[in-house]
Ligand binder design. Structure first.
Ligand code: ZN
Ligand code: ZN
Length: 99
C-alpha cells in the first residue's frame, strides 16, 4: 500500500504513440523490399558461380593463383606439385602469378 513508483517513463508515452502511426505507414514499402531481396539472391547465385570458376580445377578447393603459358590456371598448391598442365599436358615453363 505504500507503493509509490515514480513513473518518469510515462511522460514520454504520448510522443511514442505518435511515432507508432508513422511506423505503420512505412509498411507500404514492403513489396519493394521483397523484390530487392529476390535480386539479392540472384546476385549471390551469380557470385557463387563466379567463385566456382575462380577455383582450381584440380583440387576445387583453392583459388587459382598461377596461370601458365597454355592459358590454364591452378592454385598455388597444385602449381608447385606438377611439371606440366593437367588439362592439356603442356610443360609448364612459366608460372605467372595472377594479381
Ligand atoms: Zn589446386
Ligand atoms: Zn594447359
Amino acid at each position: 500500500m505504500g507503493q509509490q513508483t515514480p513513473r518518469a517513463g510515462a511522460v514520454a508515452a504520448p510522443g511514442a504513440t505518435g511515432d507508432h502511426q508513422s511506423g505503420a505507414r512505412r509498411k507500404i514499402f514492403e513489396p519493394a523490399d521483397a523484390d530487392s531481396e529476390l535480386t539479392k539472391s540472384i546476385l549471390i547465385q551469380k557470385n557463387q558461380k563466379l567463385e566456382e570458376e575462380m577455383l582450381c580445377p584440380v583440387c576445387i578447393d583453392q583459388k587459382r593463383e598461377f596461370v601458365f603459358m597454355c592459358g590454364h590456371s591452378l592454385c598455388e598448391v597444385c602449381t608447385s606439385s606438377i611439371d606440366d598442365c593437367p588439362m592439356c599436358r603442356q610443360p609448364i615453363l612459366k608460372k605467372i602469378k595472377m594479381y
